[in-house]
Design a protein around this ligand. Structure first.
Ligand code: ZN
Length: 104
């Protein structure tokens, strides 16, 4: 009986955003690709990306190894953006006070 030979390769779960220096969270490249604009999708190769969730920061995704940075303007807003949406001030279009209190 020996110790298990598998070596767990640790991916850094967070990195510093190159712009705002906030903590950026790891995101899988396949989650990034459909969100960026079509002409930029070819830049999203197998690799590690990080997502900056600082709403004050223009950086959305970055890959420091490849020196790739996607800014908010590089994001396809028509795509499913909920995964990466920055916490901007939420104001209900209807001006309703409790629109999340009940479904109807
Ligand atoms: Zn940032």
């Amino acid at each position: 009986m020996g110790t298990c030979g598998c070596s767990k390769k640790q991916i850094n779960a967070t990195q510093q955003c190159p712009l705002c220096k906030e903590e950026a969270k790891y995101i899988y490249y396949l989650a990034v690709r459909p969100i960026v604009k079509e002409n930029l999708q070819r830049l999203v190769q197998k690799d590690n990306y990080f997502i900056c969730r600082n709403s004050q920061c223009d950086v959305v995704f970055f890959n420091q190894d490849e020196n790739i940075i996607f800014l908010t303007q590089d994001i396809n807003m028509a795509a499913d953006f909920h995964e990466v949406s920055k916490p901007k001030s939420q104001s209900c279009k209807e001006g309703c006070k409790g629109c999340n209190s009940s479904k109807g």
